[in-house]
Design a binder for this molecule. Sequence first.
Ligand code: SF4
Length: 384
Amino acid sequence: MRNPDRDAQIAHNLAVWFGRAARDLPWRRTRDPYRIWLSEVMLQQTRVDTVIPYYERFLERFPTVRALAEANLDDVLALWAGLGYYSRARSLQRAAQQMVERHNAEVPRDPAALRDLAGIGPYTAGAVSSIAFNLPEPLVDGNVARVLARVHKVESDIKSPEAQEIFWQSAARLVRADPAVPPSVLNQALMELGALLCTPTRPACGMCPLEKLCKARIENITETLPITAPRAKPKPANIVSAVVWHAGKVLLARRKAQGLFGGMWEPPLFEAASLENARPFFEPFLFPVTELRIVTRKPLRHVLSHRSLAVHVAAAALSTPPPETTFTQLPDPYDRSEWAAPATLAGGLSALAIKILGAAPDPGAPLVLSPSAAKPARASHRKT
Ligand code: SF4
């Protein structure tokens, strides 16, 4: 597969095409490594058009590594709410704190130092090193893997170690193949080609700068590549959630920082076969659980990457004030609970929490929450 002339031709064609076809995106108007790093983290699993307003709001609030490092985690998560995969936001802040501790509050140039930071793997390190610092570091994301699987006719599962090895080796050669093509351009062009032309179905080969070099195109097998092994179906889970209102406030619980939806607020919810089975889990929140009644005729459906949730919402409206819970009483996965007006916490609510509150609104007032926070952004790989 090693062919320096072919690699140089691919790099040259990609660069020429990128020069005229590249989209104008906010993170392409800067060389600020902090901004480029932030965009790369937000773009994982999430579409470009979804990311843009989040990216702009986030930078307005946290314009520097130091500002992010010193922020309250609740505020960081509030600005992330709706983007999904909240562990990315927690790791982002942890890495910013490590940059303050180790790198004078700057994004390091050294790829090894980057990979040593929280949440930064080979892809993100390659993206920041090449795009922000123009270093000849490779990167492979879902788009790049698809392009390379077709260009080189890789016939093993796109996620298999042998295929990944081929992609990374090829990306490492390409980023150095033509000295006239800057690494920043080469890597962005590869990703852009996967986003715009070499799409999962019906790739636009007639417009592709690699048409004459691409083995899948030459052999007319573009629709059969890349090979993807069937994914395991998300496992079903039955969930019961309690929405309890009192005087315009609802009982919300915060999930512990580690784990699914870590640090986010929601009406308490537990995996249980029925409301009766769930009542003991609700007791530590110190409201009269006997008042709970199921209000959803059909369970709400909420699909995560590994789990398919059927959520039954039970509601109660209390006329007398309940006692405050104490933090030590709360069952896993919660570390804190509060009676709160949900609109004040809209940013810190997960999309599932907003769905649940929508099914059992305050009987005394209509519920208004940000629609952007209500829209989860899910996908299996970096999106276009
Ligand atoms: S020729 Fe077609 S299959 Fe090959 S890289 Fe271009 S768009 Fe993808």
